[in-house]
Ligand binder design. Structure first.
Ligand SMILES: [Zn+2]
Length: 94
């Protein structure tokens, strides 16, 4: 256990090197920078997943997840083939 000075109230709090730890005096996050960064990474990850044809929601039932993942896989294979065909057409001498 280490201690960290709260950026909000200036008091020292117990800190387990976890950015989710909160100040024991005022309840503010002890490491807001890391917290924001982690939030941003989580948002970007979610954004990437939503770019898939079927967004697999954490609340979906397993059968729905299965169909969505299959759909995404099919979509990925389809796009790969299309990209290859585009490249082939472009590479062929006119
Ligand atoms: Zn505090």
């Amino acid at each position: 256990m280490s201690q960290k000075k709260c950026p909000h109230c200036g008091q020292w709090s117990e800190w387990s090197n976890n950015f989710q730890d909160k100040c024991e005096h005022c309840g503010e996050p002890l490491s807001k920078v890391e917290l924001d960064r982690a939030q941003k990474i989580a948002n970007e990850k979610e954004q990437n997943e939503k770019n898939w044809m079927f967004y697999v929601h954490p609340d979906d039932s397993s059968i729905v997840k299965f169909f969505k993942k299959s759909g995404n896989l099919f979509y990925m294979v389809f796009m790969t083939i299309m990209t290859f065909l585009m490249w082939l057409i472009a590479a062929l001498p006119g």
